[in-house]
Design a protein around this ligand. Structure first.
Ligand code: FMN
Length: 390
């Protein structure tokens, strides 16, 4: 994307350099315009070095062939981000004041405007500023933050600028190029389950949850309303995804059942434990030379859910060390799935915890795909297939 990045004069200008650097690393073309007050905090040279482009200021006005840059640049950009957006600059934009290069570009733009405010909490809550914020919101100007927290002026309250990872999450969410799942509800399960043995120990598996989390994240970026039913993992909840934590297979079944009727697509990427302990020990088992634990099978979630299926698309996952194709086809048919994604498990433990995966994808209609790629790319591929079926 072509991003015009405006920087106004607040203490958080140093953070804006990080935001610009991240956008450039993600492959965006970034042009920076700074107010004179912003240049007192960080030199334009920092932004020139990060973007490899000229940094525009009121004392470094475009000249010659570029003298109309105040019009051409905002009108050739896909989005105008102002970060940090000071109380002064927010108010000027709301009132249609164009007395410097940044506010003139804001006035001349015909692309979306994103403001990333950062200021003292009393300044943020000032009624005049709040009126201006409301006015801008009514004009579809997008605000990323501010958040509540400890501020540079040492007070605590609303006014804190969002962090770089939050900025990137919000930016990608708003400006993801493909929005083919708008209006669709997708239910994703991910991660392992834990079946308790006693209050201290449990049976589980090596699933990291990454595959399911990528599916949830990308479905959300592509416009879906996503609920993620997750077993225990160390992964962060993707932006705008509703996460429901569960531990055991039975909890997962209950949760899937409760949410299945209202979803358009169910993707069961969780590695659900096939077995549970027949009788859970109420107290910690004391150390001894040997003892036996009896296991019984857990309820089969896919089989249970297939009985409730109406118009939903249902995608199951399988993990096998051998006869992948045969076992996957059997599971696809027995459980009435629309698709099955079968993971080839290597003796080394691959793909557990890895960023990559090797899968076969089979459909009830006889389609067959074989992929070896990153989990992120595979998630996109699965969603591409599903999007064509909606
Ligand atoms: C050290 C210092 C830090 C400041 N930090 C902020 C800030 O975080 N947010 C803000 O809205 N204004 C802040 N200001 C006030 C702005 O710099 C001032 O309102 C200025 O007119 C903003 O100009 P600009 O919007 O054209 O960049 C700060 C001022 C100083 C001296």
């Amino acid at each position: 994307m072509k991003i015009l990045f405006g920087v106004s004069g607040g203490i958080s200008v140093y953070k804006a350099a990080n935001f610009v650097s991240s956008l450039v690393k993600e492959g965006h073309e970034v042009n920076v315009v700074m107010t004179e007050n912003a240049t007192k905090f960080v030199s334009p040279l920092t932004f020139e070095a990060l973007t490899k482009n000229n940094c525009y200021t009121d004392t470094n006005m475009p000249v010659g062939k570029e003298s109309l840059a105040h019009i051409i640049l905002p009108q050739n950009s896909d989005v105008f981000v102002v970060c940090p957006a000071t109380a002064n600059t927010i108010s000027k934009i709301a009132l249609g004041i164009a007395d410097n290069l940044l506010t003139t570009m804001a006035m001349a733009r015909n692309c979306p405007l994103v403001l990333v405010p950062a200021m003292n909490n009393v300044m943020w809550q000032n009624p005049s500023l709040q009126d201006n914020v409301k006015k801008l919101l009514s004009q579809n100007v997008i605000f990323f933050g501010p958040t509540y927290g400890r501020l540079a002026c040492e007070s605590t309250g609303p006014g804190r600028m969002i962090e770089t990872h939050e900025f990137l999450e919000m930016f990608n969410y708003y400006f993801y190029p493909k929005k083919d799942f708008l209006g669709k509800k997708i239910l994703v399960t991910a991660g392992p389950t834990r079946e308790p043995i006693d209050p201290v120990r449990y049976i589980s598996n090596r699933s990291s949850g990454k595959m399911g989390y990528f599916l949830a994240q990308i479905a959300s970026l592509r416009g879906a309303q996503v609920k993620l039913i997750s077993g225990p993992t160390s992964l962060d909840t993707p932006y705008m995804v509703e996460r429901i934590n569960v531990e055991t297979s039975e909890e997962m079944l209950r949760c899937v059942r409760e949410n299945f009727e209202t979803c358009d697509i169910l993707i069961m990427a969780a590695a659900v434990s096939d077995f549970k302990v027949s009788e859970q020990f109420m107290n910690k088992i004391k150390k001894k030379d040997s003892f036996e634990i009896k296991l019984t099978s857990n309820p089969d979630i896919l089989k249970e859910i297939s009985k409730l299926k109406k118009n939903q698309l249902v995608v199951g996952f399988a993990a096998e060390t051998e006869n992948l194709n045969i076992y996957a086809k059997k599971k696809l048919e027995e459980k009435g799935l629309d698709y099955i994604v079968a993971n080839k498990i290597h003796n080394s433990g691959f793909p557990f915890g890895s960023e990559d995966n090797e899968v076969l994808i089979l459909s009830a209609e006889g389609d067959f795909f074989e992929l070896s790629s990153t989990k992120k790319d595979i998630a996109n591929f699965i969603l591409d297939i599903l999007s064509k079926k909606l």
